[in-house]
Design a protein around this ligand. Structure first.
Ligand code: SF4
Ligand code: SF4
Length: 681
């Protein structure tokens, strides 16, 4: 054993490996991604032995891979972020009825804030809808213990179990005692046992629903009384309290810290904190009603702190109603707790002070807290702040793609349907090329709705290569089937860039390190029946505009593949330089493409700019993509321009030539298979 500092997600990975997990499958998404990457890294170094780990094409595929492994008796772990569970939900709803064999744990990371998500949905709520039990850690250490217990619970009840951390738990770091290596648990020799129960016919679903309901009652009992699980519901109190505080997840830690602060500040001010009872709920669903009932005994008032939805508050209200308890319950629903976003120690100190003021009535804790928080606040900084709007990286190939599409459209009215990925940042000015963004893969299908309802506008969909494989292909099939007049711009940067450069089916590299025949986007488009497919290197403006025009002018579903690697996957080229002799200070380079490597100095002077100021390039940021060289109308930017992609074009007039150049980009560190010999069976 040795002691190591681990991020929460790394600790979850170790916990699953210690539990003998056989199969790990997920789809990347912040704040969950590091778990799968940790398993892959430990496997590659020989530390995690016998485990299979993969990035699946999307969350639904990942859960179905994990489900079948579990049917065979293997322990399986599925990972995603909260919105990923929406994609996997079709499988999950049925799987819970069908049941599992080997322990199957769903690691679903929630994102209060949200910091990097399109919604703030609460997986505890989703779990209740799906009737799947949940464990909700308040610290990485607790999460480590919960992950191992989740496999036990899953096997005890033949049910999938969700472990639901939030961002701060996923990304906080602490020390863990770890073995030198882990070994996957042997999969039972009998393997998959054929049985009608695995086939979800309506009759089976009716039976399964009954099984689900019965086991939820038993799990709620286990949560309350079985030490293996009741350990996750902590309770403490001081003498004869009349009020209670309930917290779940990371809010448990914020509330406890806030109470410590309040007690300290009260003592210093000669005040006395009223006695209270505290309940931390780590097993929110099915709600441990008996634990909560014991907590509520003798209390007349309770406040609930939790992030995202009012799940615990509603359960406590229900309990009070069912058992006729003289308990007033407050929280999000009553405005006594923040209704969304992340909590913090400071916010909960304020809310607790108000709660104590209301329930005790004779002391002013709120004034005390406000005074203490004001005195401990750091002096506000009143100097200039760096301007750091979310923006595409300098040298990002998406910049040229967006710019070229808009150039190609000219004054043609258009709607730009964006999607989930780095390229959502194309909505920022000056590119201003994302009008809608709904969910993974929706750009291609919403464009079709626009093409029907607003045929006077050209509907253009943007989709990344990873999203194309995850959720875009069925949308293309729909466009071809229904003959929708849209152009799909595939922004192929050969990686899943936004979540940390994970491989995908188009890269030809798996997480286990094997080389596979890459799926080729143009082959998929062609197979789906797209008749016009054009290609361009997005750093080459002339080629990109021409290719975009050809695709846009095509009557029917068309596609343009903009292909250039993410800057994280390549070495930067030589930075460009702006000639002070030539720059006129017109700012076209700034107002047209918005590259963060280009700034403007109002003090700079030159023969053509006079005192108007001049643009400059920050060589430490510039990737040398050369896009700005092609944008400057005065030739003031000196640097190399990217070679055209040079791919064959295709239109309906020349069917058969539309395969284009099929060889994917060869990337530093991630070389796709090039020959048949390179491809593993
Ligand atoms: S570099 Fe070119 S585009 Fe930029 S401000 Fe100077 S002249 Fe204008
Ligand atoms: S070459 Fe121009 S557009 Fe490309 S990264 Fe450098 S400054 Fe930005």
């Amino acid at each position: 054993m040795s002691t190591k500092l681990l991020m929460g997600n790394e600790a979850f990975a170790w916990a699953a490996l210690k539990a003998g997990v056989n199969v790990v499958a997920g789809y990347p998404g912040t704040p969950s991604s590091e778990l799968v990457e940790t398993v892959a890294r430990l496997h590659a170094q020989g530390t995690a032995r016998g485990v299979h780990v993969e990035w699946s094409t999307n969350e639904k595929a990942a859960l179905e891979v994990a489900a079948a492994a579990s049917y065979c008796g293997a322990r399986a772990l599925f990972t995603c972020k909260q919105v990923g569970l929406n994609v996997a939900s079709d499988a999950l709803m049925s799987l819970n009825y069908v049941g599992v064999n080997g322990g199957l744990v769903l690691f679903v990371a929630d994102d209060p804030g949200p910091i990097s998500s399109q919604t703030e949905q609460d997986t505890r709520r989703f779990a209740a809808f799906a009737k799947v039990p949940v464990l909700d850690p308040s610290t990485p250490e607790e999460g480590f213990a919960m992950m191992q217990q989740a496999f036990e619970l899953s096997e005890r009840y033949h049910a999938p179990v969700i472990v639901r951390p939030t961002t701060r738990i996923c990304h906080a770091s602490t020390f863990f005692e770890l073995p030198e290596f882990t070994e996957a648990r042997p999969i039972p020799e009998e393997g998959f046992q054929k049985d009608p129960k695995w086939v979800i016919f309506p009759k089976r679903a009716f039976e399964g629903h009954g099984e689900v309901n019965r086991r939820l009652a038993r799990i709620a009992w286990d949560y309350a009384f079985d030490p293996e699980f009741s350990q996750f519901n902590h309770r403490f109190e001081n003498a004869k309290p009349l009020v209670g505080i309930v917290a779940g997840g990371v809010s448990t830690q914020y509330a406890r810290e806030a109470l410590t602060l309040l007690a300290q500040w009260a003592a210093e001010a000669g005040m006395v904190l009223p006695p209270y009872r505290f309940l931390a709920v780590g097993t929110p669903y099915p709600f441990p009603a008996e634990t909560a009932a014991a907590f509520a005994e003798g209390l007349c008032d309770a406040v609930v702190f939790e992030e995202l939805d009012s799940v615990l508050e509603e359960e406590l209200l229900r309990l009070a109603g069912q058992r006729h308890l003289p308990l007033r319950v407050s929280g999000k629903l009553t405005g006594e707790a923040p209704d969304r976003g992340e909590n913090s120690t400071e916010v909960l100190a304020q809310r607790l002070a108000r709660f104590f003021d209301r329930t005790t009535g004779d002391q002013n804790f709120s004034a005390l807290v406000e005074q203490r928080l004001a005195s401990s606040a750091t002096e506000p900084y009143d100097g200039p702040l760096p301007v750091r709007p979310p923006v595409l990286c300098a040298g990002c190939p998406h910049r040229g793609s967006f710019f070229a599409i808009k150039q190609a459209l000219g004054k043609t009215p258009a709607v730009f349907c964006g999607d989930i990925g780095c390229y959502t940042l194309g909505n920022a000015k000056p590119l201003d090329a994302v009008d809608t963004c709904l969910c993974m893969g929706a750009g291609i299908t919403t464009a079709q709705g626009f093409s029907v309802a607003q045929p006077g506008s050209k509907a253009v969909a943007f989709v990344g290569d990873s999203t194309f494989f995850a959720s875009g292909m069925t949308g293309v099939a729909n466009a071809v089937y229904n003959g929708h007049n849209i152009t799909v711009a595939v922004l192929d940067n050969s990686t899943t860039a936004m979540t940390g450069s994970q491989p995908h089916p188009g890269t030809g590299v798996t997480l286990m390190g094997e080389k596979r025949k890459p799926l080729v986007i143009e082959e998929v488009l062609q197979a789906l029946g797209v008749q016009c497919i054009t290609f361009a290197n997005p750093h080459n403006l002339e080629e990109s505009v021409a290719a975009a025009q050809e695709a846009i002018q095509f009557d029917g579903p068309s596609a343009i593949i903009f292909r250039a690697p993410c800057i994280q996957l390549k070495r930067p080229d030589a930075p460009v330089v702006i000639s002070q002799d030539t720059c006129t200070g017109c700012k076209k380079c700034i107002t047209s493409i918005g590259c963060p490597a280009i700034g403007f100095s109002a003090a700079a002077e030159g023969p053509r700019s006079g005192k108007r100021g001049q643009a400059f390039v920050d060589a430490s940021l510039c990737d040398g993509c050369g896009l700005c060289v092609q944008v400057c109308p005065f030739g003031a930017i000196e640097g190399a321009v990217a070679q055209p992609y040079g791919g064959a074009r295709s239109t309906a007039d020349s069917p058969g030539s539309n395969t284009g150049p099929l060889a994917p980009i060869s990337l530093d560190g991630e070389t796709p298979a090039e020959t048949e010999e390179d491809i593993d069976d």
